[in-house]
Design a protein around this ligand. Structure first.
Ligand code: G3H
Length: 249
């Protein structure tokens, strides 16, 4: 089954109203391949979601960077999946390594979040990835398999899931995985999905790469057979994000 190229821009905890408007203007003016060829989703901080959604071209969509694990209520500081749905936000990023590491989000918690967000009708960009220490000790695949398993145990329908492989050592470091390194893990992840979830799901689920992707390195990465797009951090705040979107063709 053909997998539509997916480019996500994770703005993380960055931006002022003026900066956000400037990025949106750049995106709105960009000539990019059609929505039939590439799906583009940008993820501003919660406080800018409504503004970005109201200004952004209609062929691009928005994602939240997180949501609460269950129905909302007395959870100070959290934002529920229901609230995102109510605002018309279609996507959410879950399990980003910054949250796993800094906020102690466990594999099980991430799996629960993915399941709850899907149950409310959100589409999910679910992140997995190993640290440098784990890579150097040869446990990359066991780490990403365990992270993926924790999600797979909680969901049955993968139609609305994009899996983002983001090696922690490549995030924000300028040290991008080589195309061969990315392809190797993506291929193994697809094999894991095939053996543990189902061949159809493995064939149709998009596995995107994140970690120091930029306008200069995106094309070679995009040329790998199991790399179905990107989750971009730093470069998604810059005009070169448009070049990354164009790497879909
Ligand atoms: O979600 C995006 C990733 O953390 C990649 O960030 O492109 O700044 O390395 P980066």
């Amino acid at each position: 089954m053909a997998r539509k190229f997916f480019v996500g821009g994770n703005w993380k905890c960055n931006g002022t109203t003026e900066e956000v408007k400037k990025i949106v203007t750049t995106l709105n003016q960009a000539e990019v391949p059609s929505h039939d060829v590439v799906e583009v989703v940008v993820s501003p901080p919660f406080v800018f979601l409504t503004l970005v959604k109201s200004l952004l071209r209609s062929d691009f969509h928005v994602a939240a960077q997180n949501c609460w694990v269950r129905k909302g209520g007395a959870f100070t500081g959290e934002v529920s999946a229901e609230m995102l749905v109510n605002l018309g936000v279609p996507w959410v990023i879950i399990g980003h390594s910054e949250r796993r590491a800094l906020l102690n989000e466990s594999n099980e918690f991430v799996g629960d979040k993915v399941a709850y967000a899907l149950s409310q009708g959100l589409k999910v960009i679910a992140c997995v990835g190993e640290t440098l220490e784990q890579r150097e000790s040869g446990s990359t695949m066991s780490v990403v398999a365990a992270q993926t398993k924790a999600i797979a145990e909680k969901i049955t329908n993968w139609d609305n899931v994009v899996l983002a492989y983001e090696p922690v050592w490549a995030i924000g470091t300028g040290k991008v995985a080589t195309p061969a390194q990315a392809q190797e893990v993506h291929c193994e992840l697809r094999k894991w999905l095939s053996e543990n979830v189902g061949a159809d799901i493995a064939a149709s689920t998009r596995i995107i790469y994140g970690g120091s992707v930029n306008g200069a390195n995106c094309r070679e990465l995009a040329g790998q057979p199991d790399v179905d797009g990107f989750l971009v951090g730093g470069a998604s705040l810059k005009p070169e994000f448009v070049d990354i979107i164009k790497s879909a063709t």
